[in-house]
Design a protein around this ligand. Structure first.
Ligand code: G6P
Length: 487
């Protein structure tokens, strides 16, 4: 039997970050809705479920961490025509142990294969449990029959099972936005923690990952940790089964494709190209993170400059690092390392009239980002580990002109979908240097050929397809259950 999509009445989203921030304006604090990919995906899912924007009874409820600005007396109502936000407030110490500690100081480094950066702290795990329970309390007060609950990311791994215990009939989806590593890494977690985390995820009906590798790694851990039977991509529990499947996240292709052609963007692009004296532009943008391989990238560029003096003065590497998690020591350390490398390379090769690297530690506005995506000749995206990486997809979608070359790390999930990029290993300075040279010299026809293939792929595999495939996976639940009963 198939469940019709409209059998879900409302969508309840749970993620660490809410889709709103509160901004100070001359008229007082105002609610600002974020325009990230997840928000677009959620809106399109709600539409597929037959929900109409503006319909009070089917507004999308979003449970997420509430910051101090949301608790002030003059804070605006956390609601607009589409979303109702439900902030989860918690004790400062609990939040610190949960977010900075267990999430960002243990799970993040461990699951990105940086075990030596991981700190195993019992109090942090207790805070992680308490924080997930706080999310549960906020969520259970909302749940009604017919809701589809969609929980996101590594900060909330215990929540699906907590919801299952509280509301056994709930329909729960979970998407994991970072890599899921091999069991050898998961095994570093204390036995009871890994059991609780894997069981936590299995509270869901559907668990999604970006790639099939992550699916296989997760299923490997399920059988090692809990010894549960797995039939194809279903984990079989006594009373139900859990579908585990890959859903590669993506972007709103049309938004990037059309914004590239916008006149404000074109003017900013022209301005940047003039500032850089029409040099060839290499561009990268990342959140500050040791997983992004920024220092290796700089060393690869340095090797390129060493070996290719004829390119001096003709190329500029524009590198933007977006501030993130800078209260954590490893993030402060990586920032120092990046800035040292930038200073050294500029000092070594720069002249009065030419800076080989233009570095900024700042956020870019959307038009600035679009101007740089469309101005650059080469996008250099070289994480040492990345669940997916959307920057490379945004760059490809922006290039309506079929010009530009993507150099992409084989350690980003996106490399599996974009084989027409120049795929490199980010730790191999020589390979990066050679790829930069190849990219700068690549004939226009070859740039076009590679970009057309990648653009076609992304046009078909956009963020709306991602959420629609995720929603469709629930159709198989009933079928799966009845098959199991007759097995
Ligand atoms: C990654 C994670 C998200 C996280 C984001 C920003 O994309 O998968 O869950 O929200 O980084 O990190 P932050 O710590 O600022 O939330």
């Amino acid at each position: 039997m198939k469940i019709s999509k409209s059998s879900y009445k409302r969508l309840l989203i749970v993620s660490y970050r809410l889709p709103f921030t509160i901004q100070q304006t001359d008229d007082g604090p105002e609610l600002k809705q974020n325009s990230g990919g997840l928000v677009s995906a959620v809106l399109s899912m709600a539409e597929q479920m037959g929900q109409n924007q503006g319909d009070e009874s089917t507004k999308i409820h979003w449970v997420g961490h509430g910051d101090a600005s949301m608790q002030q007396d003059n804070a605006p109502a956390l609601e607009n025509e589409t979303f109702i936000a439900h902030p989860v407030f918690m004790d400062e110490a609990v939040h610190k142990g949960f977010y900075e500690g267990f999430s960002n100081d243990l799970i993040w480094p461990l699951f990105h294969y940086f075990p030596s950066y991981a700190s195993f702290n019992e109090a942090d795990f207790q805070h992680y449990q308490q924080a997930n329970k706080r999310f549960l309390d906020e969520l259970t007060a909302l749940i009604q029959p017919g809701d589809l609950i969609w929980i996101h990311d590594f900060q909330l791994m215990l929540l699906p099972e907590m919801v299952r215990q509280a509301v056994p009939d709930a329909t729960i989806g979970y998407f994991f936005h970072i890599p899921f590593p091999t069991y050898e890494i998961v095994k570093l977690l204390p036995r009871s923690w890994r059991q609780l985390l894997i069981k936590g995820l299995l509270g869901s009906d559907v668990v999604g990952f970006h790639t099939n590798d992550y699916v296989q790694h997760f299923l490997g851990s399920v059988s090692e940790v809990l010894a549960l039977p797995i039939i194809e991509q279903r984990v079989v529990l006594p009373d139900r089964s859990v579908i585990v499947k890959d859903f590669p996240i993506s972007i709103d292709f049309n938004k990037f494709n059309t914004s590239g052609q916008d006149t404000t963007v074109a003017n900013t692009r022209q301005h940047y190209q003039n500032l850089l004296r029409q040099n060839k532009i290499i561009f990268s943008v990342d959140r500050l993170d040791y997983t992004k391989g920024i220092t290796y990238r700089l060393l690869g560029y340095e090797r390129f400059l060493e070996q290719n003096p004829d390119w001096h003065d003709k190329v500029t590497f524009v590198i933007t690092v977006v501030p993130s998690r800078d209260t954590i020591p490893q993030y402060q350390e990586i920032k120092r390392e990046i800035e040292e490398a930038v200073g050294r390379i500029n000092g070594l090769f720069g002249t009065i009239g030419w800076r080989p690297i233009v570095y900024s530690y700042n956020s870019l506005s959307f038009p600035e980002l679009m101007a740089l995506y469309t101005a650059c000749d080469v996008a250099l995206i070289t994480p040492v580990r990345d669940g997916m990486n959307l920057v490379c997809k945004e760059f490809v979608a922006s290039r309506y002109d079929n010009r530009g070359v993507l150099i992409l790390s084989e350690l980003a999930g996106a490399a599996q979908e974009l084989p027409e990029a120049l795929i490199i290993n980010p730790t191999d300075k020589q390979e990066v240097a050679d790829a930069i040279k190849q990219a700068l010299l690549m004939p226009a026809a070859e740039q076009e050929e590679r970009l057309i293939k990648m653009r076609n792929h992304l046009q078909n595999h956009n963020v709306f397809r991602w959420s629609s495939d995720f929603l469709t996976a629930f159709d198989n639940l009933k079928t799966t259950h009845s098959t199991l009963e007759t097995d």
